[in-house]
Design a protein around this ligand. Structure first.
Ligand SMILES: *Cc1c(COP(=O)(O)O)cnc(C)c1O
Length: 368
């Protein structure tokens, strides 16, 4: 190829997604596949959302309204914040990407995160040409705040914290996050990724949203991909300091949230029953999986999220072998080698039946 390519693009290591159902069905010649790999909603898509999508299908030829004002208003009302602080994007992935490009000069500024962290923080900082400094998590996957602070200098622009964390499920209380935010220099934005916060039993103790009005340098990211069940439509949002929200709208690609994603988002916010049922299913299923894996001798990490991280008892198959055997039986979960955790696995909570089937398959493979 004779075009110029940025050297960092040639070196680029892409995001590793969970395996897809079609891919595994074909490879193993299976009829029935259970996917518990990408933290999707166990109940699928809300019936109300499906109805709205059918109704609005004929509007697909229109461009969405600039700035998605109806969705922004609905989100502002939901969280009791000013609409001028809300931004929406093509998944929270897009918001992460745009914030990196707003806040940092390539080769000059840096971002800080824990290690391991959500893959998009590393891919998008790398693509933009800014350094990502990573602080190893504590042994129990809790957050080493002092060590993180020591990575921060006068060129640090964004500090990423996912809570509940992916892949461990560990969550810090909002009190703890606030204390940390108050220790940060004013030029650092603490970006708290709350993709999973609503799965926590007492989510008000964990969310930073009620405290945002007292903290100038904190922003919160949320998504429709998990508890709202819209991963495939791509819709995320953030509550930002007002100046940053304004800049976001100026530089974001104008129509990155499609007209159907916007309608689906509004319908998902309105379908309170579906959401309650999702939260109940996830919280109950999480206990079932936690106890079940423990009884099989696995080391299971406490999780406030819609997934569990675990490692296997010694003397049996290793994580890669278990994963392969599960695939043969039609269960897709997430091996964590791309997170630098080759002996850990992550499984998301499914329906009651899926959870039971998964536990049976693990029991059979571990021969217990
Ligand atoms: C799933 C997930 C998201 C959501 O990403 P979308 O682009 O909104 O689908 C964000 N952050 C973390 C840590 C996640 O695991």
């Amino acid at each position: 190829m004779s075009f110029h390519i940025r050297p960092l693009v040639r070196r680029f290591r892409p995001y590793t997604p969970g395996r897809s159902i079609d891919e595994i069905r074909e490879k193993y010649g299976l009829q029935q596949i259970v996917k518990l790999a990408s933290n999707e909603n166990p109940l699928g898509t809300s019936p109300l959302v499906q109805e709205v999508l059918r109704k609005k299908a004929s509007f697909a030829f229109r461009y969405p309204q600039s700035g998605n004002p109806r969705l922004v208003e609905a989100l502002a009302a939901r969280h009791h914040v000013s609409p001028s602080r809300i931004v929406v994007g093509n998944g929270s992935d897009e918001i992460i990407d745009v914030l990196i490009r707003i806040c940092m000069d390539p080769g000059v500024h840096n971002a800080v995160a824990f290690k391991p962290c959500f893959g998009i923080y590393s891919t998008q900082t790398a693509f933009h040409g800014v350094e990502l400094r990573q602080t190893p998590l504590n042994e129990d996957f809790s957050f080493p705040w002092n060590a993180m602070l020591s990575k921060i200098d006068d060129k640090t622009s964004i500090v990423f914290v996912t809570s509940p964390d992916n892949p461990s499920g560990y969550a810090a209380k909002a009190d703890e996050l606030e204390q940390f935010a108050r220790r940060l220099p004013q030029h650092c934005l603490l970006l708290v990724d709350e993709a999973y916060t609503d799965f926590a039993e007492n989510d008000e103790e964990y969310s930073m949203i009620p405290r945002l009005h007292t903290l100038q340098n904190v922003a919160v990211l949320r998504t429709f991909s998990k508890s709202f069940g819209l991963a495939g439509l791509r819709l995320g949002y953030a509550i930002l300091p007002e100046d940053l929200a304004d800049l976001f709208w100026r530089v974001r690609l104008p129509f990155s949230v499609s007209i159907l994603a916007e309608e689906a988002g509004l319908a998902a916010l309105a379908d309170i029953d579906f959401r309650q049922e999702t939260l109940r299913t996830v919280r109950e299923g999480r206990n079932v999986l936690f106890q079940g894996l423990r009884q099989l001798g696995c080391h299971v990490f406490p999780s406030l999220s819609n997934f569990l991280m675990f490692s296997l008892p010694s003397g049996g198959p290793d994580a890669a072998e278990l994963n392969e055997e599960l695939l043969r039986r039609g269960y897709i979960i997430r091996p964590l080698s791309s997170y630098g955790l080759p002996s850990h696995l992550r499984v998301n909570v499914g329906t009651e039946e899926e959870n039971a089937g998964f536990l049976n398959a693990v029991r059979e493979i571990l021969n217990r």
